[in-house]
Ligand binder design. Structure first.
Ligand code: ATP
Ligand code: MG
Length: 413
């Protein structure tokens, strides 16, 4: 893609009311636009990052047997009344409104209720189980806090998967697989090593849930970790005196700020009981389905990557999620030989590179923009470049190597 055609531009300043580093950088680089506190639009570069993250998550969810669906944003009040979660005293962050034709609706905060109701139409026998379904969907939550940029949106993209199993054992096996798939997702998204599976409070059906917490000072959460042993406990659980149960000395754990990028739950039969999701076993007996839910905040994940991997010059995307594989910088497009070399590289790599072909922009400004935008490699074409010598700079290390045009094309196509 040619940068001269991209409608977004970089900016020197982020909006004055934007306090988070992730949103400041993403707005300045043209990835997102702030509509209101906690409400962000995704622009061409931003959408590419989102799509890359979705593809990573989609591959891992398909690998464990997930089937992709897309449920509605508008919610059926009656379904939610059956579990009690329509009640504002139970769930305090609904966006609700009225239909002109009469009656009330709300925008989906999560989707256990509607999917359980759908499954009740399709699951009758033990032969229909287990089943796993997931979606990428905008969730709406009337959040009070709005100081974390895209990491805490009032509308945000979540991947939510729901599992439907016959027995606790069958559920536990899938839960473990999902947990491993989550660790793969975070590693592939560049957050390996600093994202920890964390003991969190579970609710009614199991003592704990598992949160996936990325260690970062920008986080709103607090965890207590032993990185060597791979143990991490969130604050809530820590206060419940978990040390004895796990047989560990919690005074040795180190307190860290962290970002909850994912959360998985054993729901037991909480939803299947209330929404009549049962199956007939081999003996003809009606048994409630065992459920689990598995969430990843896709937009929060994008914000987390920016928080954790950026430097003083701007964003540093991991290759797996970057909007383009490389940023082709033509430093002096006014000079015919320089321009035609850059054009030749671009012709072979259209789609894989963002081509800064802008005229009348100083080289220094192009470098600064490329550093802010954060594409992993910068292919620098200037007066000294020729077919056999083009500089390639690594955004993260700042190191430069010289490659021939053919090498670059082979490497990136
Ligand atoms: P938090 O404690 O941060 O409010 P939560 O525990 O309410 O989050 P879940 O219901 O567990 O969130 O949702 C699953 C995942 O969705 C979370 O682990 C997080 O990554 C993401 N998420 C939750 N709320 C938001 C939000 N307001 N903006 C962006 N992502 C969010
Ligand atoms: Mg959670």
């Amino acid at each position: 893609m040619k940068q001269s055609q991209l409608f977004t531009k970089t900016r020197k300043e982020a909006p004055a009311d934007e306090v988070s580093k992730n949103a400041q950088l993403l707005i300045r680089a043209g990835y997102v636009h702030k509509e209101m506190a906690g409400v962000y639009s995704y622009l061409p570069l931003g959408l590419k990052v989102i799509d890359n993250l979705k593809n990573i998550v989609r591959e891992e969810m398909n690998n464990i047997g997930g089937q992709e669906i897309s449920l509605t944003a508008l919610q059926n009040k009656e379904t939610w009344e059956r579990t009690g979660r329509w009640n504002d005293a139970v769930v305090d962050n609904w966006f609700k409104t009225e239909f002109k034709s009469g009656g009330e609706t709300g925008l989906g905060i999560t989707h256990e209720e509607p999917l359980t109701a759908i499954m009740a139409e399709y699951i009758q026998s033990y032969r229909d189980l287990p089943k796993y379904a997931y979606q990428f969907q905008t969730k709406f939550r009337n959040e009070l806090r709005a100081k974390s940029g895209i990491m805490r949106g009032k509308e945000f993209l979540m991947k939510d998967l729901y599992s439907f199993s016959r027995t606790d054992t069958e559920h536990a096996e899938f839960y473990e697989k999902a947990s491993e798939a989550y660790m793969k997702v975070f590693a592939r998204a560049g957050l390996g090593g600093i994202t920890m599976k964390t003991f969190a409070s579970g609710g009614i059906f199991s003592e704990f849930s598992d949160e996936f917490q990325t260690i970062s000072d920008a986080g709103e959460d607090t965890v207590f970790v032993d990185t060597e042993k791979g143990i991490s406990i969130n604050q809530e659980v820590m206060e419940s005196g978990i040390g004895e149960k796990l047989g560990i000395d919690t005074s040795k754990l180190i307190e860290k700020k962290s970002i909850e990028v994912g959360n998985i739950f054993n729901l037991g039969t909480k939803f299947s009981d209330k929404l009549d999701l049962n199956y007939k076993d081999e003996k003809g007996e009606q048994i409630p389905v065992i459920m689990g839910s598995y969430g990843i905040g896709i937009t929060r994940l994008m914000g987390t990557i920016v928080e954790v991997l950026s430097d003083e010059k701007g964003i540093v995307w991991p290759e797996s999620v970057a909007p383009f594989r490389a940023h082709l910088l033509c430093l002096s497009p006014e000079e015919q030989t320089v321009k035609s070399l850059a054009d030749d590289i671009y012709k072979e790599l259209d789609g894989a590179v963002l081509y800064d072909d802008r005229e009348g922009v100083r080289a220094g400004e192009k470098f600064a923009d490329a550093d802010l935008i954060g594409i992993p490699y910068q292919i620098i074409v200037g007066k000294k470049s020729h077919q056999d010598a083009v500089e390639v700079k690594n955004r993260q290390t700042g190191k430069t190597v010289v490659k021939s045009m053919t090498e670059i094309i082979e490497w990136l196509s």
